[in-house]
Structures are given as C-alpha cells and as structure tokens.
Design a protein around this ligand. Structure first.
Ligand SMILES: Nc1ncnc2c1ncn2[C@@H]1O[C@H](COP(=O)(O)OP(=O)(O)OP(=O)(O)O)[C@@H](O)[C@H]1O
Ligand SMILES: [Mg+2]
Length: 254
C-alpha cells in the first residue's frame, strides 16, 4: 500500500533534520519502493539538508501558469494547461534512490481556482507514481497541497519537550479528533533533541495524548553539521540521532 508520511510540528523543533535523517534511512530499503521526498517549506531547508540544488519549484510552475491565465490569451492558456504535467515532472529532481520536489512559494495573489484545480490534479497524478512519499511540512498541515493532504496516511508530529512544542502537538491532536485528516491511519509523536538519558518514554508519553513513536536524543553532530552548513544527509552512520531515526522507521514502516 502507498505510504504518504507528513512530518509536522512547531517551528524549529527539528522537522527538517528529522525528515533528512528519515530520507537517509528510508532510501534503499526494499520496502520503501519508489520514493518521493517533498520539501513543503518555502525556505527550502530540506533541499539544503539533502544537498540537492534546484531552482525549479511547484510555486514557480504555478506562477508561470497564472501569468498565462492573466494574459487572457486563450491559446496561451490552453497551451500551458497542456504543459502543466510536463512542467511538474521537470521540477522533479532525481537523486540516487529517491526523487525530490520542492513546493516553494505558493502565495501568489488572486483566486485562480481553475489554475489551482489543474495544479492539484497534476500533483495528484505525480504522487500516484510513488510507493513512499515523505513530506517536510510546516507547523500545521494546512500548507501542504490539498490533493496530497487528503491522502496523508501517516502523520509524524515532531516536538521537543518544551511547553510550546507540546501545545502544538495538542492543537494537531484536536484537528485529528475533528476529522481534519480522516485519511490518517497512523498519527504519532516523535520527541526530538532530548537532553540526557533521564527522560523515559513513559514520562514523555504522559505529556501527549497520541502514541509516542520514539525519542531522538540531542546530538551535537547534528547541530554542528547544520551550524557549519554541511548537509545532514552526510551524517556518519553511527550518529546517535540517525540510529534513533532508524528505530522509528522500523516501527512506522513495520
Ligand atoms: N536531534 C538533534 N540534536 C541536536 N540538534 C538538533 C537535533 N534536531 C534538530 N537540531 C537542530 O535544531 C535546529 C532546528 O532544526 P530544524 O531546522 O530541523 O527545525 P525545523 O522544525 O525544520 O525548523 P523550521 O520550522 O524553521 O523549518 C537546527 O539547528 C538543527 O541542527
Ligand atoms: Mg524546517
């Protein structure tokens, strides 16, 4: 079955770091199959973490289509609509063992519902072609394209043990209860950047209503890689945070 996994949580809790480490651990596993990674953050932090360079984003495709729509020229409109699949496919970056796509800025003004509809359909078709899709989201899940959101079946909420991080988890817990993401079969929490070995799973589980999928320790190597601008994808195999992510994947993808 197709697995669509979104990684969400409060700003700065480590969503991008966790997604980059998950990408590293998932690629090449036979159960992963055809693998797509989506950077849904306009700041393109995941692209840096994966050491992937590209200026092609879905936002740029959208702008191009909007321009054609605005030009009012029916010929240009029809042409771009036809081209949309091609434009989206050419925004896809092929890496060894996985593909990446960046959403970029999706905030162009105006309501061009037909354009958004076309884009949604084209993205939906693209997503169809992969077995595992991993999304580095923003704080909420609202920003991820609707066509994709409706099909997310695994939601990973990253948090640190801070009050505000946990509050964000509670907020998303509410959304889940209210049926905002009915498609989700698994929703769980990952505690990240946990200092020392003295926080037990039970203790952290008591902070949230959703099941805790795992604990990722504070890891100076992760912090240093980011501080020095080195891609997290290149972390050494024995990095404790990476090992913890491997265990979480064993659980989520069991
Ligand atoms: N397990 C960890 N150990 C040490 N440092 C970590 C760990 N996880 C993340 N960090 C550091 O925390 C900082 C924030 O991480 P990251 O950018 O992944 O957060 P984010 O949730 O994606 O942020 P944003 O909301 O801005 O996208 C980075 O400097 C990163 O190196
Ligand atoms: Mg990020």
């Amino acid at each position: 079955m197709q697995k669509i996994v979104a990684v969400c949580g409060k700003g700065g809790v480590g969503k991008t770091a966790v997604t980059a480490m998950m990408t590293r651990e998932l690629r090449g596993r036979p159960s992963t199959g055809h693998f797509l990674v989506v950077d849904a953050d306009p700041a393109l932090g995941l692209m840096y973490a994966l050491n992937v360079q590209s200026d092609k984003t879905i936002g740029a495709v959208r702008d191009k289509v909007l321009q054609a729509a605005e030009s009012g020229n029916a010929g240009a409109r029809a042409e771009v609509a036809n081209e949309l699949d091609y434009l989206i496919t050419s925004s896809l970056i092929e890496e060894k063992d996985y593909s990446v796509i960046a959403m970029g800025h999706m905030d162009a003004k105006g309501c061009f519902c037909s354009v958004n509809g076309l884009l949604r359909d084209a993205l939906g078709e693209l997503v169809e072609k992969f077995d595992t899709i991993l999304i580095d989201g923003e704080a909420g899940i609202e920003q991820i394209n609707r066509q994709v959101v409706d099909r997310i079946n695994t939601l990973i909420l990253v948090t640190d043990s801070s009050y505000r991080g946990v509050q964000t988890v509670h907020h998303i817990e509410e959304m889940v209860k209210n049926g905002a993401i009915d498609s989700c079969e698994m929703v769980g929490v990952v505690f990240n950047r946990i200092q020392g070995d003295n926080r037990t799973l039970e203790e952290l589980q008591a902070l949230v209503g959703l099941p805790v999928l795992g604990i990722i320790p504070y890891d100076a190597t992760v912090q240093n890689f980011d501080a020095e601008g080195k891609p997290l994808f290149d972390l050494p195999d024995d990095t404790p945070a990476l090992k913890a992510v491997g265990k979480i994947i064993d659980k989520v993808f069991a």
